[in-house]
Design a protein around this ligand. Sequence first.
Ligand code: CO
Length: 135
Amino acid sequence: MITKLDHVAIAVPDIAAAVERFRDHLGLHLQAQEDVEQFQTSTAFFPVSGTRIELVHPMDGKGPIARYLDRKGGGLHHICFETDDIESDMELLKARGYRFLSDGPSPGAHGARVAFLHPKDTDGVLIELAEHPRP
Ligand code: CO
């Protein structure tokens, strides 16, 4: 089941400039930067009031974020809900007619397992589900 809003992700054409903006200009704390091979994406996370802002940028100029930036030049990319059981939530949502971009969970940032709902089934909003590793 969904337990909270994990993060809101923004696609950025220049991740160094965007990190500077969120950390130095807006004064948020930079929690971590990580490259996620599976999605060819460089990420930076900024916790704020129980959730996080995630900056996403194409790792090597390719992949889904590169295509998004080509079309839109940057902007709100997805929202992510934390779940305590990603398999059971995927099964439930599939039974309710939702499609996912992958058959099962994929490895995401910080050891999470993630899956994306098809935006055609969610009014054009890309929704990620993430289950974090138990501490
Ligand atoms: Co995300």
